[in-house]
Design a binder for this molecule. Structure first.
Ligand SMILES: [Zn+2]
Length: 249
């Protein structure tokens, strides 16, 4: 498409991000044949922008503090989200100020959730655009169903943002026209489309590539013991073979 490839380091989780991991990303991507503009954006330096965006959503009356632990959510949840995690049952959606004060007085810090039903009411019909298989064809319009994620966390306890909020803010700030992401992220785009509407941000056109799965059919993820890109390289995979498996050639 003659565009510019932008690399962004999404390092809001400061407990898990290390300079050597970032260096490994640069090396892996360069090996794949990708080149990017400098400077590379690092989300850890942009927390004030994300806080401002959270403030805008809060002023719409769409954020509420949640004091639930993971165990409490699992206990009360009756459904799962598209990733298979327990769907948030809405426990804290209508806490009174006195109940919030009591939690805070007990030393608990909240995370902040989006009231998705209320947000959908304000946003109206939420759609996003998916690139057509042929570059010359018009993008296809998809209806988003953010409600299947429940009231997602937009501001975490340990960092004043979340993946969903940061990625939407930065896609707009970096004037991203096209996003290519794995099919495992297709459902999450529902949330991003909703946030773009609430914040009045321009929306990129999305495409979703195939995944290279581990031999047991699971996603490649270091935390699950699946091989990382570096190990595929070591096992003799070529950049062309990886692009072909992802359906990107
Ligand atoms: Zn809660």
């Amino acid at each position: 498409m003659g565009g510019t490839f932008v690399l962004r380091i999404e390092d809001i989780d400061t407990t898990r991000c290390k300079p050597e991991f970032t260096a490994a990303i640069f090396e892996d991507l360069a090996w794949l044949g990708l080149q990017w503009e400098e400077p590379v954006w690092e989300q850890s330096t942009r927390l004030a922008e994300y806080q401002a965006a959270a403030g805008r959503i809060n002023r719409l009356g769409l954020l509420y503090p949640c004091f639930c632990s993971r165990a409490e959510i699992a206990e009360h949840s009756t459904d799962t989200d598209p990733d298979g995690a327990p769907l948030y049952p809405g426990t804290c959606r209508h806490l009174t100020q006195a109940e919030v004060d009591a939690h805070v007085a007990a030393g608990r810090r909240p995370q902040w959730r989006l009231d998705v039903a209320e947000a959908m009411d304000q946003a109206g019909v939420v759609t996003f655009s998916v690139a057509a298989p042929q570059p010359d064809d018009r993008p296809q319009v998809r209806y988003a169903r953010p409600e299947r994620w429940g009231d997602v966390v937009l501001v975490r306890k340990d960092t004043p943002t979340s993946y969903h909020l940061s990625v939407v803010v930065d896609d707009a700030a970096q004037h991203i026209s096209h996003v290519t992401r794995g099919r495992d992220m297709e459902a999450a785009t529902d949330i991003h489309a909703l946030l773009q509407m609430l914040l009045g941000l321009p929306a990129p056109i999305y495409s979703f590539h195939r995944l290279i799965l581990a031999e047991d059919g699971r996603k490649l993820a270091k935390s699950k013991g699946a091989p990382a890109l570096a190990e595929l390289r070591a096992a003799g995979w070529t950049p062309a073979a990886i692009r072909e498996r992802l359906g990107l050639d």
